[in-house]
Write a protein that binds this ligand. Sequence first.
Ligand SMILES: [Zn+2]
Length: 534
Amino acid sequence: MSDDIQTIKDRIDIVDFISNYVKLNKAGANHKGLCPFHNEKSPSFMTSVDKQIWHCFGCGKGGDIFKFLQEIESLEFVEALNILADKAGVSLSKASKADTSHKSKILAINELAKKYFEKALFKTQGGKKALKYLKDRGINEKSIKNFNLGYAPNNWEGLTKFLNKTGFSKKDIIDAGVVVSSPKGGYDRFRARIIFPIFSVAGKVIGFTGRTVINEDAKYINTPQTILYDKSNVIFGLHQAKADIIKEDSVVIVEGNMDAVMSNQAEILNVVAVSGTSLTEGHLKILRRYTKNLIFCFDSDNAGILASKRAIGLSYKLAFNIKTVALKDNKDPAELIKEKGEKAWQKLISKPEGAFEFLWEIAIKNKNIKGIEAKKEIIIELFEVLQYIVSKVEETHWKQEISKKLSIRENDLEEEWERMIKGSKVSNKTVIDKTQALPVKTSDRLTFDKQHLVAIYFQYSKLFSDKDIKSKVDNIIKKDLKSWHISKKELKLKAEMMWPEKYLANKELNRIINDFKHIERKQEIVSSLELEND
Ligand SMILES: [Zn+2]
């Protein structure tokens, strides 16, 4: 076994290998980069070609190539050994092969399922329809093979029966997530869906996303949480894109898997997708191993715009450099590439705009920026995202920009900003532009607070234990929701962006509810006064 290990070390260059995960630069005899195991701004992660070892002077972690793979992919030694032996073309002696770990079994089951789906795409009737659908969307056969796309037949037991014959236990098959447990033993999780396998950075299948081809309600379903698959840490396309992300020193982040595949086909290769889920800190921390430069290109609908704002806020918090690409009259990158061609996409990506410009355009949309109300709304909208900027220099720069654009004195904006940070929203006492002071109407404030309450209720319903408040919110939903012209999805996104759950659970929800009650009472008084006046 120790012979095997030495042969593997001899055959795989440690700098090459680690470069799959960390951007390394030559520094004397060694290579240096940002440590993937702790947060840092200046590199203290060293790799030595001579000694074939790595060490971080920031967090103290270090070791050989096996240790690195174990740490970064959370593997046991035997699993890392198998992967690296495979890579080095070393066939392991019997002793090292005796590998019964649970993770390896699940990897093997996923690999079998992937092959089953791939075959079904080309060999079944339903698969041929799915293939036509993919081609109609503009995806060619080369991309289908590159991304190992497949098809799950419209059948409850196809994959289940296939896997049962392979000798894996029922429990392992269910643990892999492709079969759902049932009294009869189990049934296929994915049915009548185009399948996108999700690869780990090391290139192993850890899960799947299935897109419906018969217009079921759930457009996408994913492998549930398994020992390998955690959706807040999974990035579609990273395995295929990582070398290009390092080469370009930037990553294009899109929403849909289809967008990532189409972009790859259009030769923009440094692209990944968040697979329709919201971007998380986990995603960003993984991407930071490769680059600090993000280019967001989310869908152009309202939900996409909210998702972009949220993503920009999160990325500011983690000190990324952020650019954005706005799609204007196409709904997503896949559609743009199909309708306008690969060149159009390449051109867009080559000239991304700054995040501030993007946020500004959204904030002023349909507003008369000379009006005091509009100015307040614009400041709130920008604040929602810009508050996360870590760099004081950058923050000051944008504040100056805002005060110029809105003709507000810098000091006044600064004051307003402080107030918002302390948690008090713009209230009727606040005067931003002293020449045009106008109190905010109580009815507007009430709508504002109602929307916040409903948004939080949709997103975090389990936090609402008070029956009285619950029925109030239900009433608002019945009476007011329609007139706001905001979808449930958008409200949920808004809540998620503005109030992290931890923050809410801890007193903040009470503050919002009290605020609401207060405004509600005021509204009652105001309307009774109005009645008296009549
Ligand atoms: Zn470290």
